[in-house]
Ligand binder design. Structure first.
Ligand SMILES: [Cu+2]
Length: 499
């Protein structure tokens, strides 16, 4: 054999070895997520996910059942307006650095909050009124105040173009004109959204109206919010974002609800209305009751469903909301029932009183079917990639580029396609600012009954095509993006201009 032949055979052997090694790494536990329908949590990652850069491998930490002593569920306080007139309400919201006690024993955790140490108050936004909010940044870094789900002009939206410098303040004007619903607010500054949310910045917005229904509506009594988030604490009880950051979305093993671990709430045998917010950076949450019984979903992100839907499990991706009714009428005084996420209980309800169920709450639904009819797509958007390589239509976010121009008042159908990646597959929660939309189709089929309502975020599974329809009522520049916050920061975001 001459030297050239030897060299060719040698290179062939080396190539085969490299190929085998690559195959091993790809399919081994803790390797890249391939051919796995669920991107979360069915294996131990051996600590490889911390602060990884580059490629991205999905989210790989399981939730654990906490052994913290149970504590009463904190209810975010209702923000009192500074001033009220016939037409307007005036509020003040400030970001603050704080310390929060998550653990019964141990240290305080460094956190961020609105008007407090962690999370924020509930802000009531009455439909038909103008709401002025004085937003103050008391952090030592820029932030913005994004009103997620509100149909308002781009100027007031609080996206990446509206950063407020440390020590600065600005007033936004929100003319409230949409269905009552459970919305939320969170920061959206360039490059720091994921960390600021992770450290505690998130608050509730309730759009309300005067309509009298028999649905439970006593705040904090029979109508409660649950902001559910997963977090990972360091051994000394801190939220170390830099260390825990995952380019495919930072996940944790501990569920916190309204900022607390392992919570309890006293109920009666009457119906309880629960407003669920998935406030996680990246984790999808499958909600269920510990007795396996059904609950009733009554609302999606932006308002009541056309009719209530009975469910045993409800999945919310990051930033999706749902209102559900839990029926305790089969239980007796002293009985417990827990709400759980991915099978892990986080809030235990204890029946303290027996009362007759009152009212015909089902009268709140008009039963008319939403116009979720198939329609031809005006635009097609393709979500693609993992980790730092995420894109929409092959492009990464550029604050100086408008990707889509539309006319004010126009109605469009968008088909959102989650193109599968050789390197992995993830569900992307697709969010559009400044609108509420309807889901028309999932892979050519009508959406499930519990998605036939107003939405601002829709889960798009790997390989799936989802059609949504929306009307652009407000002018200005708006973001559309993946609501896995790390994907958004890695560039899975585009800009829509309504002219
Ligand atoms: Cu994504």
């Amino acid at each position: 054999m001459n030297r050239v032949m030897k060299w060719i055979i040698g290179m062939g052997i080396v190539s085969i070895m490299i190929g085998l090694l690559l195959l091993l790494f790809t399919f081994a536990p803790g390797g890249w997520m391939m051919g796995n329908g669920s991107f979360m949590g069915d294996r131990d990652d051996g600590g490889m996910m911390h602060g990884n850069g580059g490629m991205g491998r999905g989210n790989t930490i399981d939730l654990i059942t906490s052994d913290e002593p149970a504590q009463p569920l904190p209810i975010p306080e209702r923000l009192q307006p500074d001033r009220v007139t016939d037409e307007a309400l005036y509020y003040t919201v400030r970001t603050e650095r704080g310390k929060h006690r998550f653990f019964d024993e141990g240290v305080n955790t460094e956190t961020l909050g609105y008007n407090g140490d962690l999370l924020g108050p509930m802000i009531e936004l009455p439909a038909g009124k103008t709401v002025y909010i004085n937003t103050i940044n008391q952090l030592d870094e820029p932030t913005s105040f994004h009103w997620h789900g509100l149909v308002i002009p781009g100027e007031e939206d609080g996206g990446p173009h509206h950063s407020i410098e440390p020590g600065e303040q600005t007033q936004v004007r929100l003319d409230i004109d949409q269905q009552p619903g459970t919305l939320w607010f969170h920061p959206h500054p360039m490059g720091a959204t994921a960390e600021q949310v992770y450290l505690g910045l998130a608050g509730l917005l309730y759009v309300t109206d005067q309509a009298e229904t028999e649905l439970p509506n006593e705040y904090g009594v029979d109508d409660i919010p649950l902001i559910v988030q997963d977090r990972l604490f360091t051994d000394d009880g801190q939220l170390d974002y830099d260390r825990q950051m995952n380019v495919d979305g930072t996940v944790g093993d501990t569920l916190i609800v309204n900022g607390a671990i392992n919570t309890t709430f006293d109920v009666t045998t009457n119906m309880l209305r629960v407003r669920l917010v998935n406030g996680s950076n990246a984790r999808n949450l499958d909600f269920s009751l510990s007795n396996g019984k059904a609950f009733t979903q009554i609302a999606t992100d932006g308002g009541l469903l056309d009719k209530p839907v009975s469910l045993q499990t409800l999945t919310l991706t990051p930033s999706e909301r749902a209102e559900i009714l839990i029926d305790f009428s089969d239980l007796s005084i002293g009985d417990d029932l827990a709400l759980q996420a991915d099978g892990i209980p986080f809030t235990t309800f204890t029946v303290r009183d027996e009362v007759e169920q009152d009212g015909e709450w089902s009268d709140a639904f008009d039963g008319t079917s939403a116009p979720n009819e198939s329609s031809v797509a005006d635009r097609r958007l393709t979500l693609f990639g993992m980790g730092n390589m995420v894109s929409i239509d092959g492009k990464q976010f550029d604050p100086d580029r408008i990707d889509i121009n539309v006319q004010q008042g126009s109605t469009e159908v968008w088909e959102i396609y989650n193109r599968e990646d050789m390197m992995g597959r993830m569900t992307h929660p697709f969010h559009v600012h400044g609108v509420q939309f309807r889901i028309l189709e999932r892979d050519g089929n009508p959406p499930p009954d519990n998605e036939r309502g107003w939405k601002d975020t829709v889960a798009v599974a790997p390989g799936e095509k989802v059609k949504i329809e929306m009307t652009f009522r407000e002018t200005g520049t708006f973001m559309y993006h993946c609501h896995i916050l790390e994907h958004e920061e890695n560039g899975m975001m585009g800009q829509l201009k309504v002219n």
